[in-house]
Design a protein around this ligand. Structure first.
Ligand code: PHE
Length: 386
């Protein structure tokens, strides 16, 4: 038998196969269990050693030849199929949008953005400007200038993401941050206090909303989260101004007059005295609703934010004379505020990018928060785009 001619014939048919299915049929016809080449291979067993030596290599070469031809054709067909798919699935972005975009394509404003806009609106009314700073912050602004020198224990509570030290022989990481050039993902919005005091003369009234980072992850903590910082520097500022400002802000934000605050002594390196601010709340239909005193029947206190009078050392680090200037600062979790106001219970869902969650909890882009309309009230405190 002319095995070579047989191989050529098979290779020609294989190269002409029109699609992957036709190719598979040929593979089965030649190399399948009942295939013609498989049948030839089986005959080898019945031959005596001499005959086997004569025909064996030819049959094996035939099988090799056909196997190779099949692989080559398969590759070519698959490449052609991919080309065709790419060509047919091309989207022409220059085409006009359909008149009515399907609901899923219509964007909505993320609750975090919505809440930040609400806060900006509330504080603008109180005369605060919006300030910002970099999310990749240096050690000095994030820690040292805030009265957290190298190896200060408070740094341990701010475990974050450290950039490899660029300097030779240097290292960065918790407790090694003394090098002012070392970069970290900022652990709070407080470094914006420093940047603002260095960048402008008092009186200062700013808020600084933005992303912050810590090495934390569970239902109520994500490695990236949002804070809003507040800073007021002026003459004769005292704790009473802080309490009034927070009360006014929280009443406007939650749109309730019965917000009751409890100021608890606390500790932050960059404020003195430091106060943790709690608010009273109760459960309504299984949901935390702020309002009322935490000491009232059925109510409890929950921690809402940290604050205090700006530490004299922080003022000095920014070139301000503590004998002349005083001020207060506060820092509050924005995601936390959004969850409380709009009733979500898992923080992680905020950052999953699930369009169904965004449709449910998102806000219409046309729904710009304004005080006259009651911030956030058009969408209803239960949230959601209609
Ligand atoms: N930066 C503090 C934190 O993230 C909060 C804070 C801000 C406390 C301003 C006091 C004053 O925990």
């Amino acid at each position: 038998m002319d095995y070579e001619a047989l191989g050529e014939d098979a290779a020609t048919r294989i190269a002409a196969a029109e699609g992957l299915e036709a190719l598979e049929a040929l593979r089965i016809a030649y190399l399948g269990k009942q295939g013609s080449i498989s049948a030839l291979l089986k005959t080898l067993g019945a031959l005596n050693p001499e005959e086997r030596q004569a025909t064996g290599p030819a049959i094996h070469a035939l099988r090799e030849h056909v196997t190779e031809a099949l692989a080559t054709r398969k590759e070519a067909l698959e490449a052609a199929a991919l080309e065709a798919r790419l060509a047919s699935e091309r989207i022409d972005l220059t085409l006009p949008a359909p008149e009515a975009a399907p609901e899923i394509l219509r964007g909505s404003v993320h609750p975090v953005s919505q809440v930040m806009d609400e806060l900006a609106e509330i504080f603008a009314d109180l005369g605060f400007a919006v300030a910002s700073g970099p999310e990749i912050e240096d050690d000095w602004h994030n820690f040292t200038a805030l009265n957290m020198p190298e190896s200060h224990p408070a740094r341990a509570m701010h475990d974050t993401f450290y950039f490899p030290d660029q300097t030779e022989g240097g290292h960065s990481g918790p407790g090694h941050g003394g090098d002012a050039r070392a970069l970290v993902l900022r652990t709070h919005t407080s470094p914006v206090q420093i940047r603002t005091m260095l960048g402008q003369q008092p009186p200062i009234r700013i808020i600084a909303p933005g992303r912050t980072y810590r090495s934390d992850s569970d239902a109520t903590h994500t490695p990236m989260f949002h804070q809003i910082e507040g800073l007021v520097i002026d003459k004769g500022i005292h704790l009473g101004h802080l309490k009034w400002t927070l009360e006014t802000f929280l009443k406007a934000f939650f749109e309730r007059d019965d917000i009751v605050l409890r100021l608890r002594p606390s500790y932050f390196p960059f404020t003195e005295p430091s106060v943790e601010v709690d608010t009273g709340y109760s459960f309504v239909d299984g949901r935390r609703v702020v309002g009322g005193s935490g000491d009232a029947p059925g109510h409890s206190w929950m921690e809402l934010l940290g604050s205090g009078m700006v530490h004299p050392r922080v003022l000095s680090a920014c070139g301000l004379d503590p004998a002349e200037w005083q001020g207060f600062a506060f820092g509050c979790g924005v995601d936390r505020l959004a969850m409380l106001k709009y009733g979500m219970n898992d923080l992680r869902a905020f950052f999953d990018g699930d369009a169904r969650w965004l449709r449910h909890y998102g806000f219409s882009a046309l729904d710009v928060p304004s005080l006259s309309a009651g911030v956030g009230s058009r969408a209803g405190v239960s949230g959601a785009v209609a």
